[in-house]
Design a protein around this ligand. Structure first.
Ligand SMILES: [Zn+2]
Length: 127
C-alpha cells in the first residue's frame, strides 16, 4: 500500500489513491488510467513542523513588522496546519492560508509567502 495524491490528466481531478498500481491508479471521477503522482512543491513546507526560514516580509498587522523584516539571519520557525478537514478537500484551499507560521517572540501569525524556506528540522526540536 502506497497512498499517494494523484492528478488525472484526462479530467484534472485530484484525489488520494490507495496504491500506485492498477486498478488503484484509475481516476475516481472518469476512470482514466492516465493519473500522475503529484510532487510536493519544492521550496515550501508541505507538512507541519520546524523549518529553517528567512523572514522576508511581515504579515499585515504584525507588531513592528517593518523593523523585524527582512530578518538579518535564518531562524527556526514553526509551521502548523491552519486547515482542518479532509486532506483531499485541502487541495481546493488557497495554499497561502493552509499553513500558519509561528516566529519565536512574534504573536501574529505569519504565512508561507512571508518567508524564504530552508530545510525541515526533524523532531524532536527544542529551542
Ligand atoms: Zn479523470
Amino acid at each position: 500500500m502506497t497512498p499517494c495524491k494523484r492528478k488525472c490528466w484526462q479530467c484534472g481531478n485530484i484525489a488520494m489513491h490507495e496504491d500506485n498500481i492498477v486498478p488503484h491508479v484509475n481516476c475516481k471521477k472518469c476512470g482514466s488510467q492516465d493519473t500522475r503522482l503529484i510532487r510536493e512543491k519544492p521550496g515550501k513546507p508541505s507538512h507541519a513542523g520546524h523549518y529553517w526560514a528567512l523572514w522576508l516580509t511581515a504579515s499585515p498587522g504584525t507588531h513592528e513588522g517593518d523593523q523585524l523584516t527582512p530578518a538579518p539571519e535564518w531562524e527556526v520557525v514553526q509551521v502548523w496546519e491552519n486547515f482542518i478537514g479532509d486532506p483531499c478537500e485541502a487541495d481546493g484551499v488557497d495554499e497561502s492560508e493552509r499553513w500558519g507560521v509561528s516566529v519565536a517572540g512574534v504573536r501574529e501569525t505569519q504565512w508561507l509567502e512571508n518567508f524564504k524556506w530552508g530545510a525541515f528540522i526533524p523532531e524532536p526540536f527544542t529551542h
